[in-house]
Design a protein around this ligand. Structure first.
Ligand code: 3PG
Length: 311
């Protein structure tokens, strides 16, 4: 056989497109709901280390119950699998907690504007740490991404250094997570859904001791009482919603990563940020100045130019 030819019938192609479209729409919708409830919780209960731990714990529990009750088939894993997963989990943990710390300090929209700069981090890491080179247009597309993020940051009304740095650290960590998980998912038989479940479980084990060290049960108990007094019993539902939706959006995003290239994934991720930025500004009445919005728009336009240049 001279070469492998992958022949797909037009019907199959159309079905695949519809399937990916449904994945994307579900991913964005779940992510918007997560971001809203996460911020509602953080406003009343400013303990991002605990809320990020709870999101991972909830997802881990949901998956372990699904495996035990055979709603989902448990993956067959060996030591090698968990060893390869470890760096992915470290990066996932850092990226998750850093983003949550960021959102506890600044508007959700600001965190996601900075996070729309993730492709720039991806290019810089690939260039300087992995020695990969790119065509000139790819480097040029970094100018609007970095410039737009910078403009949005300096004109942000409620700028906070921890909030800014948290989003930047999250960008860096998620670039590593994506590089490692692409390697880890390739050639193994674990599905995207189960891969993300294992990632949650391992991240939970890594994060728990740090969450206790950074915040700890005493602060949590006092904060919890306070939030309950302020919000009432609904607060518990908000915590449940942020945790469940966090797991679901990530699970769907890993299920779609199974089907598409990392490039298509990152375009989908940027479009997701637009829906989060717009809906959180509306729901939380976030004040935005025209220059601030211009910065965000330039950064997002840069991401689209980047994806064009990479294609
Ligand atoms: C988190 O809490 O992990 C962040 O909100 C994740 O951000 P992302 O999945 O939108 O990159």
């Amino acid at each position: 056989r001279p070469m492998d030819i992958n022949i797909e019938l037009p019907d199959e192609q159309a079905a695949q497109k519809i399937k990916i479209g449904i994945y994307f729409a579900t991913w964005w919708a779940l992510n918007v709901v997560f971001n809203i409830y996460n911020k509602k919780v953080l406003n009343a209960f400013p303990y991002p280390w605990l809320t990020s731990t709870l999101s991972l714990a909830c997802g881990s529990l949901m998956m372990m119950i699904s495996w035990a009750t055979r709603v989902a088939d448990a993956p067959k894993t060996d030591f090698e699998f968990w060893k390869t997963l470890f760096p992915v989990a470290v990066a996932h943990t850092i990226g998750h907690v850093a983003a949550t710390v960021s959102m506890s300090k600044v508007a959700v929209s600001f965190t996601h504007i900075i996070k729309s700069g993730e492709p720039a981090f991806s290019v810089l890491v690939s260039r300087f740490l992995l020695g990969e080179t790119f065509p000139v247009p790819v480097y040029l597309s970094l100018a609007p991404i970095i410039g737009g993020c910078a403009l949005a940051a300096v004109t942000e009304l409620n700028f906070n250094m921890t909030g800014f740095m948290g989003a930047m650290i999250s960008n860096l960590a998620f670039v590593f997570r994506n590089i490692f998980s692409k390697k880890g998912m390739k050639g193994n038989s674990v599905s995207g859904m189960n891969y993300y479940a294992c990632l949650s479980i391992l991240s939970l084990l890594i994060l728990t001791p740090f969450a206790i060290a950074m915040e700890g049960p005493q602060m949590w108990a006092a904060g919890w009482q306070n939030a309950l007094a302020q919000i009432g019993p609904n607060f518990v539902w908000w915590v449940a919603a942020q945790s469940i939706f966090y797991h679901l959006y990530n699970q769907v995003s890993y299920m779609s990563l199974d089907q598409i290239s990392p490039l298509t994934f990152s375009i989908g991720n940027t479009m997701k940020r637009i829906s989060v930025i717009v809906s959180s500004i509306i729901i939380f009445h976030t004040p935005v100045q025209p220059v601030n919005a211009l910065g965000a728009a330039i950064a997002i336009l840069g991401t689209f130019l980047y994806s064009q240049a990479k294609q």
